[in-house]
Design a protein around this ligand. Structure first.
Ligand SMILES: Cc1ncc(COP(=O)(O)O)c(C=O)c1O
Length: 374
């Protein structure tokens, strides 16, 4: 890999832009009374839950653990089926397997690239217990239809909000629709830590208590396990950093949305499919994902950008059902759209600190590729 002055995402730029505040937050934990859970974690849990519009936040070690604990807390385990997408980070499916349940994969709606509720319906069996809606790339999944469907079939709706901090459906934030929702604060996320971090959020006080138990050995007091649990606590250094960054999240989202609008304005006439934002939805552009007409064009464009020092990513080059760990081992619906997206998607650089100049360079280099093609 060469040197890429322009990355798809740049968490280091995010740190440097807020360095004095972040350094002070880290120091406050280093000088504080203890290094496990404590005030910094409790404060960030309360702040983030309030931001999402729910009553409880339970900080955990990463987004995968957040999904795993969310599934465990709603009683999902061996013999239960959980329906989600193949067009996602593998972590969504990893978490289902961690809970001992069976993942079942549905194809996505080509417009929003999120789970197609009609296709979920076809996959439901008596063993189905939950649906995980992934708000992929920062666009909310079809929440209205999914809530109705889950209601009709007695299923639990779990939201995977790893890419959708601050995204809205009908002016309500993602993470406030399902019985329980999981967030990742992986460094490149819209709200990113400087290491691993995650959170489960819910409005249900019983679920919240259960989650607090199982993130720490099932302890309801020190050295006393009420139920079997795990160790997946949010690190207080990360919590303190995240409290600082949360204050800037809305401004960062506004910058992401402005950059996305500008990409559309500059590139929409090219033979590339632009991301859409549904009416009533607020897209937070965790990733700005375009589709080329075929794999050859996508790979050619990516190569061309790399030669110019622009590292455009692919999210994701393989559906989960196409990866050796899961291929042939999972029940799925038709996977036509998922397999097509794996061949055609390209994530253009987009993060709050991306300068107008660098954004302009990316636009020009993308144009140049298609002009040279003619
Ligand atoms: C959609 C989705 N779900 C789950 C995760 C898992 O989060 P983490 O990497 O914090 O475990 C991620 C991020 O990697 C993700 O993008």
């Amino acid at each position: 890999m060469g040197h890429f002055p322009i990355q798809t995402a740049d968490p280091r730029a995010g740190y440097l832009a807020l360095r004095p505040e972040i350094d002070a937050a880290i120091r406050s934990v280093l000088e504080g009374p203890g290094y496990i859970l404590g005030d910094a974690v409790a404060r960030f849990e309360a702040e983030f839950a309030a931001y999402i519009g729910v009553s409880h936040g339970i900080g955990v070690n990463n987004g995968t653990d957040a999904l795993h604990l969310a599934l465990r807390a709603v009683g999902i385990g061996a013999g239960d089926e959980v329906i989600t997408v193949s067009h996602t980070a593998v972590a969504t499916v990893t978490a289902i397997a961690m809970a001992g349940a069976t993942p079942v994969l549905a194809d996505v709606d080509p417009r929003t690239r999120t789970i197609d509720p009609a296709l979920v319906e076809e996959l439901i069996t008596p063993a189905t217990k939950a649906v995980i809606a992934v708000h992929l790339y920062g666009h909310p999944a079809h929440l209205e239809e999914l809530l109705l469907l889950c209601d009709r079939h007695g299923l639990v709706l779990v939201e995977d909000c790893a890419q959708s901090h601050g995204a809205e459906w009908k002016r309500r934030r993602t993470g406030s629709f399902g019985r329980v929702a999981a967030f990742s604060f992986y460094p490149t996320k819209n709200l990113g830590a400087i290491g691993d971090a995650g959170m489960v959020v819910t409005d249900d006080p019983k679920l919240a208590s259960q989650l607090r138990l199982i993130r720490q050995y099932g302890w309801d007091r020190p050295q006393y396990s009420l139920v079997p649990g795990w160790n997946t606590r949010l690190d207080p250094v990360q919590a303190a950093i995240l409290s600082v960054k949360l204050k800037h999240l809305d401004a960062h989202t506004a910058r992401r949305r402005a950059l996305a609008a500008n990409y559309v304005a500059q590139l929409a006439d090219l033979p590339l499919t632009m991301p859409i934002q549904r009416d009533d939805a607020k897209h937070v552009y965790h990733l700005f994902v375009v589709e080329a007409r075929d794999k050859h064009t996508r790979d050619g464009l990516r190569e061309h950008l790399m030669e110019q020092g622009i590292n455009a990513g692919i999210h994701y080059p393989f559906g989960v059902h196409q990866q050796p760990a899961y291929a042939g081992k999972l029940r799925t619906g038709s996977m036509g759209m998922t397999e097509q997206l794996a061949q055609t998607v390209l994530s253009l650089p987009l993060y709050p600190e991306l300068s107008d100049t660098d954004h302009g360079i990316v636009c020009r280099k993308v144009r140049a590729f298609f002009e040279a093609e003619r």
